[in-house]
Design a protein around this ligand. Structure first.
Ligand code: GLN
Length: 493
């Protein structure tokens, strides 16, 4: 029997239990499956779950361990996968009717690398359709609920990936982040979400939304687990020409024994544009204030910095992301992938398949993207947005000269209720603090920082480091995590 509480059990703690023979992988996976059967009818994080496959892999892991041939300390630990990251012989719908029941013939690079270390891909996780959204309400199939308050959204687009970790249905999961889709749901559900540097993690086998922004990353209970997963999935991949050759290992090892370390000599920058914003809720503000107090107590120096082009980030993002999406989603034509709605002739079949297969938000983005790329408007919108993107990236590079790391909010307020942001523009604006990071290509992590007094749900903060500085990001985040007032975050559910 597993004595640990699944709602807070980390990958590293599970690995310790496995190596001490306190549990087997079969016991661990069975406990998680039982938990899923108990709570997922309410949380609805899973689109699909192949129990037999999980249990077979768990038995294989146990057999390897009994022979002293385990693939890694993590052999036999389950990991949830967002439904836009392909796993061989499993469905990959991107929560879209257009791809319903499509089965992948191959593994994405991240899943292949996880399997090579013995991790067990466990379940397909709900998301906003094609990763477009901030609440999971755009899924064509179901609305995932926030495990802290079932009337609230889990965030999005990786809402299923955040909710299943918070609810203790798996110890860790993968999401994807194009404009905040890992960090924002992590913030809403009280877990840790990492957006690695663009190019750190291969996108081979990730269904593309906006290729120059998309990045896969982990959602976990703590920073150490985040580092363990980045060590596993990151690094050069010949199948993705944008993946970076820099080594991507050793992050987790560098986080051992930080219990009594401080932050003397570390400069933390507060971008004034992120703090001037009106409408930051009381709970989020308190989370930021408490974080600043903890950082100061640890010896860090707090400095003000400026990211002057912040106000353009949302507009630039919605030009570039929709332009890329309109091109990427052109392949879903009812002929090559997924559902086909016969329209009589070829053109009518394209129209009918796309018209009925894609949801409203996806169609809105394709229209917007096609418009900004059209010959009369390309210079005025797309080209101009690319130029402003460069200015936004330079803002981060300039700020990095004045401090080691940035501290910002993740969202203006904690998780909102279903239906609260029915106006698409209001939903777009909710990503104001996460989007610029994707445009810059640098790395960031969102961490729980407290509980909002008003509604008893988590609030979070974001640390941002320059491109390829994950080691620094992890170290500061881990020291903060070990010293913040509240150590663990688990919903009652
Ligand atoms: N919410 C943003 C959008 O709808 C970001 C999504 C994402 O990061 N995948 O585009």
């Amino acid at each position: 029997m597993i004595k640990a509480d699944l709602k807070t059990l980390t990958v590293h703690a599970a690995a310790d239990m496995l190596s001490a023979n306190e549990i087997s992988s079969l016991e661990l996976c069975n406990a998680y499956i039982e938990r899923i059967e108990k709570v997922d009818s309410q949380v609805k994080a899973f689109l699909k779950l192949d129990k037999n496959d999980i249990l077979k892999r768990a038995a294989d892991a146990d057999a390897r361990r009994a022979d002293g041939k385990e693939l890694s300390p993590y052999d036999g630990i389950p990991i949830g996968i967002k439904d836009c990251i392909v796993t061989e012989k499993q469905t990959c719908s991107c929560a879209s009717k257009l791809l319903e029941n499509v089965v992948s013939p191959y593994d994405s690079t991240v899943v292949a690398r996880l399997k090579a270390k013995g991790f067990i891909p466990a379940g397909r996780l709900n998301m906003d359709e094609f990763a477009m959204g901030s609440s999971c309400e755009n899924s064509a199939f179901q609305k995932t609920a926030n495990p802290w308050d079932l009337k609230r959204v889990p965030g999005g687009s990786s809402g299923g990936s955040a909710a299943c970790v918070a609810a203790g249905e798996v110890p860790v999961s993968l999401g994807s982040d194009t404009g905040g889709s890992i960090r924002q749901p992590a913030a809403f559900c009280g877990v840790v979400g990492l957006k690695p540097t663009y190019g750190r993690v291969s996108r081979y086998g990730l269904v593309a939304f906006a290729s120059s922004l998309d990045q896969i990353g982990p959602l976990s209970h703590d920073v150490l687990d985040s580092a363990i997963i980045l060590d596993t999935i990151g690094g050069l991949d010949p199948k993705d020409s944008t993946s970076l050759p820099e080594p991507c290992t050793g992050f987790a090892d560098a986080l051992k024994d930080l219990e009594d370390k401080d932050l003397n000599g570390v400069k933390v920058g507060l971008p004034k544009e992120y703090f001037d914003t009106e409408g930051i809720s009381e709970g989020v503000r308190k989370g930021l204030d408490d974080t600043i107090a903890t950082l100061k107590k640890l010896g860090a120096e707090i400095v003000e910095v400026s990211l002057p082009h912040t106000k353009y980030a949302v507009s630039v993002y919605y030009v570039i992301a929709t332009a890329e999406a309109s091109a990427n989603l052109a392949r879903f034509d009812g002929v090559r992938y997924g559902v086909r709605k016969d329209g009589g002739d070829l053109i009518a079949t394209y129209f009918k398949s796309r018209g009925e297969g894609f949801g409203d938000e996806v169609q809105r983005r394709i229209l917007l993207g096609t418009y900004v790329l059209s010959s009369g408007y390309y210079d005025a919108y797309y080209l101009r947005a690319q130029k402003v993107r460069t200015l936004i990236r330079r803002d981060f590079e300039e700020a990095a000269k004045q401090c080691d790391i940035l501290l910002t909010p993740v969202t203006t307020a904690p998780a909102f209720k279903f239906g609260a942001k029915s106006d698409p523009l209001q939903m777009y604006l909710s990503d104001i603090f996460t989007i610029a990071l994707n445009l810059s290509g640098a790395c960031g992590i969102s961490l729980p920082a407290g509980i909002s007094e008003a509604n008893k749900i988590p609030v979070a903060i974001q640390f941002i480091a320059p491109a390829l500085e994950e080691a620094k990001l992890f170290r500061i985040a881990r020291i903060f995590e070990l010293n913040r007032d509240q150590k663990e975050f688990a919903p009652e559910l």
